[in-house]
Structures are given as C-alpha cells and as structure tokens.
Design a protein around this ligand. Structure first.
Ligand code: FAD
Ligand code: MG
Length: 354
C-alpha cells in the first residue's frame, strides 16, 4: 500500500525570525528621521509574503497596500489557479490561437525562452504538463506512471512558444505543451514590490515572498542586513550561514521546500526536464545573490537542476550572480565573489572551498 504525505514548507518564518533578531523589533532612528518598523505578512502566490518597511506608520501602510495591489496584478495575470489568468488563456489556446498578454507576462515569457537556452534546458517554463502531472503543489501529488512521463518528452521545446513583441501576443504552437511560471514569477513580484517601495521614496525595506528576498538599502542603524540561509535538513531548523547584504536579492531553492513522501521516498518540486523526475544530485539547497530577485528565482532553480560542478561553474561564468551551494553531505560551496560577505553559522556544515 502506498503511504503518502505532503509537505509545503516556506522559509519565510525562519527568515522573519532571523531578521527580527538581526535588527530588533523596536523603531529605529537616524540623525534626521524617525522611522517606524512596519511589518505585514499576507498570503498570495501560494505562499506567505512578508513586507518590512521603515517609514512612518501611515506611509508604510500605504506602501504595503500598494505592494500587495501590484502582487495581485501579477498573480491574476500569471497564476494557474486563477481561472482566466493570461497564462491559463495561453495554455488553453495552445495549438490554436495567439493570446494578447500584459507587458509583465510578455517579459517573463521572453526571459523564459532566453534562459532555457542559456541554462541548456535546466530551467524551462515549458514543462507545465510535467509539473501538472506530478501535482506536487496540489491536493493529490503522486509519482506518475513512467509511460505518462514518457509521452511528454519532446514537448518542452520553447521554440514552440511564439512571441510577437510589437503586439504583446503569444501562442503555443505545440498542442502538447503548456507554460508554468511558478519558478520565475515570484522573483519578478519581489522586484516589482521593491519598485513600488522606491516610488514612495522608501529607503529601507525587506521583501520576503516565500523565501525570495530583496533587501532595500541597509539597516537604518547603518549596518548591512544579515540574511540567513535556511538549514535544508528537514526537522533541524535554524540556519547554515548568513550573508551580509544591502540593495541585493537573496533567493534559495531546495528539495526541502515543497515535497511529498510516497513509499518512504521523498519527491520534491524542482523537476529535471531531462529525466522528468525531481532533480536528484548532490545538492539540497542553492542560494543565489543577485541584483534582481528575478535572476535569483531563475538561477537558484536552474542550478539546483544542474548539480554541484556544473552549477558552480555556471555561477562563476556569469558576472551578475553569486551563490552558495549546499550538498547532502553538509558541504558548503561559495562562489568566489560571495566569500567576503559570507559567514558560517552552523558547525554541522563545512565550508569546503573557503
Ligand atoms: P523555485 O525553485 O523557485 O521554483 C520551483 C517551481 O518552479 C516549481 O514548483 C514549479 O512550478 C516550477 N519548476 C519546477 N522545475 C522547474 C524547471 N526545471 N524549470 C522551470 N520551472 C520549474 N502555490 C500554491 O500552492 N497555490 C497557488 O495558488 C499558487 N499560486 C501561485 C501563483 C503564482 C503567480 C506563482 C508565481 C506561484 C504560485 N504558487 C502557488 C507557488 C508555486 O506553485 C511554486 O511553489 C513557487 O512559485 C515555487 O517557488 P520556490 O521559490 O519555492 O521554488
Ligand atoms: Mg525560487
């Protein structure tokens, strides 16, 4: 008989706790300005989204409402769980018609096509059918029969996603292919949230959407923020290390975030488009530090699929990202540009390439 359990864990609570520890919950002040620390968490994008803003309470609340209005726009356009979302319309019209989409959606479709090439197919927004088959975030996840997975191979080709930039139209030419922006849209939402905050003149804020984090400015006390990397070992809790950060994004992907257990085996939500199964290599967590959370969201997932050697080489090949990779043996590998702002916090883990 199958035994099955489903888990969805977000890293947010841990990060929130860590942030509170690192900058305290009382209001802060600089020489000229008084700030309140205003923090709100709201559910959207299938996860808890925490916004921390330093401003007067009145302004902060206005900013936070503005941020969540923007998140709702993105979710309504891109979610598979919103019946008439643009992505659902696009998927339903596959093999048939062009669909007009918003600039937001178009941007991500375009970036999705580019990044599939750049990552040699490790990150592929065209594996919607495969993700739906596993249904790891759904009510009834289960290991699909291999024959069903096999029928999908050959239908992840993003050349079949046709884009017309001048009219913001998109069409999926392959009737067997669907798009899923679950690995890219949350990062985009974080970046857009930061834009809203900046538009209001906010200088210090932290956006944490289900573990996709951006820190705006530094801590009002004049120090950098210290953002923890969640311990990927299920049941242990705590952090592995911390990263000193300001004006940057820190995003982690791992096998501990969303998964189910069937017949004593754990199946997580990051799928390897080559095998059709959850990526299974040395890694259990990838953290990417970058200028945008969009990059962080994409590359943390892509590198998780690539595995340790290829993933580390990939990070070193790009100037725009740095990263920390954690293996199932508790080894930590830090990219060359990150080591100065990286600090181990857990003796069970070993920084191998220090
Ligand atoms: P990441 O590693 O960043 O992404 C993993 C996700 O990307 C997977 O869950 C899958 O969707 C996709 N993916 C897996 N493998 C690959 C690959 N090789 N290449 C490209 N993409 C891949 N969750 C709910 O439970 N209910 C909801 O209603 C819901 N609505 C959402 C609406 C939007 C607009 C978005 C962006 C997300 C929503 N989610 C929802 C959450 C979503 O299902 C994912 O769990 C989440 O986005 C994964 O983020 P992550 O950072 O944990 O993992
Ligand atoms: Mg992500």
């Amino acid at each position: 008989m199958n035994t099955k359990k489903k888990y969805i864990k977000t890293t947010i609570i841990l990060i929130a706790a860590l942030l509170l520890l690192s900058f305290g919950i009382t209001s802060c002040s600089s020489e000229e300005e008084e700030f309140d620390l205003v923090q709100q968490s709201r559910f959207a994008l299938g996860t808890y989204n925490q916004v921390t803003v330093y401003a007067t309470e009145e302004l902060a609340n206005e900013v936070i409402d503005g941020i969540f209005d923007r998140v709702a726009e993105i979710e309504n356009a891109m979610s598979l769980n919103v019946a008439d979302s643009e992505i659902n319309q696009l998927n339903e019209a596959r093999g048939e018609a062009f669909v007009t989409v918003s600039e937001d959606t178009f941007k991500l479709l375009k970036r999705g096509k580019e990044v599939a090439e750049e990552t040699d197919g490790a990150f592929n927004i065209g594996i919607g059918q495969l993700i739906a088959l596993w249904d790891i975030s759904g009510d009834d996840p289960q290991v699909p029969p291999e024959e069903e997975i096999d029928t999908l191979f050959g239908h992840f080709d993003l050349n079949q996603l046709e884009l017309r930039e001048d009219t913001l139209e998109a069409r999926i030419n392959d009737p067997m292919m669907t798009i899923d922006l679950g690995g890219i849209a949350k990062g985009y939402a974080v970046d857009e949230a930061i834009k809203v905050a900046k538009d209001y003149g906010i200088e210090h804020a932290i956006i944490d959407f289900g573990g996709d984090v951006y820190v705006l400015g530094g801590n009002p006390n004049g120090n950098e923020w210290r953002i923890g990397i969640t311990n990927p070992i299920i049941g242990e809790g705590g952090v592995v290390a911390r990263i000193f950060s300001s004006d940057m994004s820190i995003v982690s992907s791992g096998d501990y975030e969303r998964y189910f257990i069937e017949n004593d085996r754990r199946y997580h939500h990051i799928l390897d488009p080559e095998t059709g199964f959850p990526a299974d290599n040395e890694l259990n967590s990838v953290t990417i530090v970058s200028d945008t959370a969009l990059d962080g969201d994409i590359y943390s997932t892509a590198i998780f699929v690539m595995g340790l050697d290829k993933g580390l080489a990939f990070i070193e090949s790009l100037d725009s990202i740095e990263g920390a990779l954690i293996t199932k043996d508790n080894d930590v590998y830090v990219s060359s540009g990150l080591s100065e702002r990286f600090e181990m916090m857990n003796e069970s883990f070993h920084w191998v390439n220090e």
